[in-house]
Design a protein around this ligand. Structure first.
Ligand SMILES: [Cu+2]
Length: 399
C-alpha cells in the first residue's frame, strides 16, 4: 500500500464464481450460512465481501470470470466504472457467463476512487447471496487525490446486511436447480448489519490509524466508503476530526463542499473521504465513527457498527527522515544532493526519481547521493527513498 506509484500497465485479474453446497460462512454468533460468491482461487472458500480489487489510475484491466457455480449464470457488473456496454456485466445488454464457461471484461481504470462490482443476474438474490466486492482505483501519484494531499494510509469500508432466510442451503442451491422449481422469496429482514463482512461491532480489527504529528494541512488518511446493502447508512464522525468528502463515483466533489459531520451513503453509493485531526493542540486519543443502518421505508435505525480511530506515532524511520534528511539545493537548476544526517546509508534500499505524472525517471538499488536534472524540463519532481517498511517522498523543484 505504501508503494509510491502505480505505473500504467496491463493488468489481468481472475475471479471464480462459486456456490456453497453446505453452509460454511461463520457469523459472529457461530451461526453458519451458505453463500454464492467470488473467490480469487478455485480452492478458496467463499467469504463476504468478495476480494478487494485494486488497480492504478490508467491501468488497462482485463477481468476474467470463471463460473464454477454449478447452475446459475453470473456476471461482473462494474458499478460506477466507465466501462462500455459490452463490458459492463448487465446480462441483457451484453452477456452472462454460464457454468464452466469463462467471460472477459475489459476496461481502463480512468478515474481514481471507489467502485463496486456485483453480479447482475437476478441481482437482489445473487447480491444478497454474496456476489459483491469493492474496486479501488488508486491515484497515479501516491498521496494526491483530486487536488488534495494525504500522507496516511488508505482504508476501505463496505457495508451490507445478511438476512439468514436468504442463505439457507435450499435457497442458495436454488440456482443449482436446472428445473427452476419455484421457491418463495422471503421478506427481507436483515438480522446482521455487516461492515467489511463482520457484524459484531468488532471494530478493533478494522481501526483507522491517524498519525499524530502531521500538521493539520495534511488530510491524513484516505477512507473509501461503499454501500452494497439494502439499508441506508449514516457515517457519523466524532468531534475532533475533520472529514472532507473529495470524490464520489470517481468524480471530484465540486469545490465549496466543506467538511461533513455526517455522511449518508445510500445503496450503491461510494465516497472517498480524507480524515484528519481538527487541530494539533487538541489531539484526542481516539474517536469512533458510528455507522448507522436505517430502513429506507421508514427511516428507522436498525443498528450500528463502529470504526475506531487510533492515533499512532509516525514509523520511527519516517520520523528520522523528516528530521535529518536534507536536499540541497531545492529548487535547483541542475544538480541536487541528499544528505541523510543520522540515517545510515545502508538503511536506504532504493532511490527513485519520478516525474509529477508518475513516470519513473531514474532508479537505483541503493542510496544515491546526487542527481543531475540537466536537460529535464522545469517543473516538479518526486524523490523517493525506500526503506524496509516505508517510503519517504520529497518534492524537488527544477527551474
Ligand atoms: Cu450471479
Amino acid at each position: 500500500m505504501l508503494e509510491g506509484l502505480y505505473a500504467q500497465k496491463r493488468v489481468v485479474k481472475q475471479l471464480f464464481s462459486k456456490i456453497d453446497l453446505e453452509p460454511q460462512f461463520e457469523l459472529p454468533d457461530g451461526n453458519k450460512i451458505a453463500l454464492m460468491g467470488y473467490t480469487e482461487l478455485l480452492g478458496q472458500s467463499i467469504s463476504i465481501p468478495g476480494p478487494l480489487l485494486e488497480f492504478g489510475e490508467g491501468d488497462s484491466v482485463t477481468l476474467i470470470l470463471n463460473n464454477y457455480s454449478q447452475g446459475a449464470p453470473h456476471t461482473i457488473h462494474l458499478h460506477g466504472l466507465d466501462a462500455n456496454q459490452a463490458n459492463d456485466g448487465v446480462p441483457e445488454l451484453s452477456f452472462s457467463v454460464k457454468h464452466l464457461e469463462q467471460g472477459k471484461y475489459e476496461f481502463v481504470a480512468k478515474h481514481p476512487g471507489t467502485y463496486l462490482y456485483h453480479c447482475h443476474v437476478v441481482s437482489p438474490i445473487h447480491v444478497q447471496a454474496g456476489m459483491y466486492g469493492v474496486i479501488v482505483i488508486h491515484p497515479k501519484l501516491y498521496g494526491k487525490i483530486y487536488g488534495y494531499s494525504y500522507e496516511g494510509k488508505e482504508y476501505t469500508f463496505l457495508t451490507s446486511e445478511i438476512d439468514t432466510h436468504w442463505h439457507t442451503k435450499e435457497f442458495i442451491q436454488h440456482a443449482y436447480d436446472s428445473n427452476h422449481t419455484e421457491i418463495s422469496i422471503p421478506d427481507y429482514h436483515p438480522q446482521y448489519l455487516m461492515l467489511n463482512g463482520k457484524s459484531n461491532s468488532d471494530f478493533l480489527f478494522d481501526h483507522i490509524e491517524v498519525f499524530s504529528d502531521y500538521p493539520r494541512r495534511h488530510y491524513n488518511s484516505l477512507l473509501h466508503f461503499a454501500n452494497i446493502g439494502n439499508c441506508g447508512n449514516r457515517f457519523i464522525f466524532p468531534s475532533g476530526f475533520l472529514a472532507r468528502v473529495v470524490s464520489t463515483d470517481g468524480r471530484p466533489i465540486p469545490e465549496g463542499v466543506d467538511t461533513v459531520n455526517i455522511l449518508e451513503v445510500m445503496p450503491g453509493e461510494r465516497y472517498d473521504i480524507l480524515l484528519s485531526n481538527e487541530s494539533l493542540d487538541n489531539l484526542l486519543d481516539s474517536g469512533i465513527i458510528l455507522v448507522e443502518y436505517f430502513d429506507l421505508n421508514n427511516s428507522k435505525v436498525l443498528g450500528v457498527q463502529k470504526i475506531r480511530i487510533v492515533h499512532i506515532d509516525l514509523p520511527v524511520v519516517e520520523k528520522h527522515v523528516k528530521q535529518h534528511a536534507r536536499i540541497f539545493p531545492n529548487p535547483t537548476s541542475d544538480i541536487f544532493e541528499i544528505t541523510l544526517g543520522k540515517i545510515k546509508v545502508d538503511q536506504v534500499k532504493k532511490t527513485t526519481l519520478i516525474s509529477i505524472d508518475g513516470n519513473k525517471l531514474k532508479s537505483y538499488e541503493s542510496f544515491q547521493k546526487s542527481f543531475d536534472l540537466t536537460g529535464f524540463p522545469d517543473g516538479v519532481y518526486i524523490l523517493q527513498l525506500h526503506f524496509d517498511q516505508t517510503i519517504s517522498t520529497h518534492k524537488i523543484i527544477k527551474h
